[in-house]
Ligand binder design. Sequence first.
Ligand SMILES: Cc1ncc(COP(=O)(O)O)c(C=O)c1O
Length: 444
Amino acid sequence: MIRPEGTGVGSLYPQLSSDGEVIRSEATGLGSLYPQLSSDGEMIRPEGTGVGSLYPQLSSDGEVIRPEGTGLGACTLNFPVMESEGEVIRPEGTGLGSLYPQLSSDGEVIRPEATGLGSLYPQLSSDGEVIRPEATGLGACTLNFPVCDAILDEGDSVLTEEFTYACVFNTIIPIGAKSSSVKSDCDGMLPSSLETVLSSWDEQTDGRCPRLMYCCPSAANPTGITWSLARKQEIYKIARTYGILILEDDPYFLIQFAKPRVPSFLSLDTDGRVIRLDTFTKLLSAGARLGYMSRPTDLLERITRHMVTTTCHPGNLSQIFILKVLQHMDHDGFIKHGKKVADFYKQRAQTAVRVAEKYLTGLAEWEVPHGGMFLWIHMLGVQDSSKVVAMAMERGAIFTDGAFFTSAQKPSEYIRMSFSLNSEEELDKAVNILATVIREEQQL
Ligand SMILES: Cc1ncc(COP(=O)(O)O)c(C=O)c1O
């Protein structure tokens, strides 16, 4: 019996049999994409987390399975809200199989000749800005790596906000690089802090002066902050002075709540120093694992070589799926869809803030989210957020430890609350638990 223990595409084939024996993947990974796989005629229903919940429509016996529970958050939500021009698209069919018939829509067979989304969507534009994807990847996370790998050497430092999307740390640490943190306020990274870090950089003790800044400037994960235009302009100016490339990882760009949206760094770029990452994760489907990179300038060749020897390109199935959705929506529909997703999360954010005001006033502080799906909570009189997270979890409420979003992963005073999935009632319950736990922790 062959049992793939690891993750990865191998586990896509939980039933591949090499010699008549059934191979059943025990481990995690894409195997869990197939929640309906039944080994002995019995239906397996994933109640918990996992990519399985990406496919609410998967049905193995004619019955439609709609996992209500947890999962990859946005994914379960995004399918039901996926819509164009007010029409809700609910895939009732049989999963990815239904992509195949769509390959040929009107008798004409669509043959994607080139690999990569770039060739499919040469002018994908968000919010009036034309974004020209030059390379694709399995989501923004996967794209971060070839960019960092092309720029960084061992011992290098990457400028990041003090609290930022943890994926960047996981990306640069294996390369042998480290992060150098810069302070922020409610308008984004602080130019004074950036200037201080750079002007006092000592190559003897600190290693080579940073050449790369990583940022998530719209409705940031985890802080919910959107950098203001003035702030972006100031930071860009400093980046020019010190010759720094800006990696703009911007999955929540269309999920900014205020209108007009703050323009991207890419749109301000006059020197070709901005590398922008977009993804369909937050707007269409996280499970499609599809993202794209714009304007990687002269790094493109290195990045492409990296991809050719690693992921090659995102699965064509995913690309066709997204292509068909985008074609169905057309460009304006996609932008409208973005607005609807933003409105949806705005309501959730308002609920989260209401509930925070109800229970946490005097116990914590927070910035009203500018977009996205997170409320970033600064707990007063609490030094170690990991304890609060553990105690809340024992009582049934899940928050993310603020330490997770720092490079040192040291105890912090912050936690992140995601409001993407839960009803007002659930949020109320969770924040009530949090308030009790904070009080207990304050009294220690
Ligand atoms: C800043 C940031 N970048 C990237 C991602 C993930 O994007 P993808 O699913 O395209 O890898 C997320 C969210 O999970 C995120 O918050």
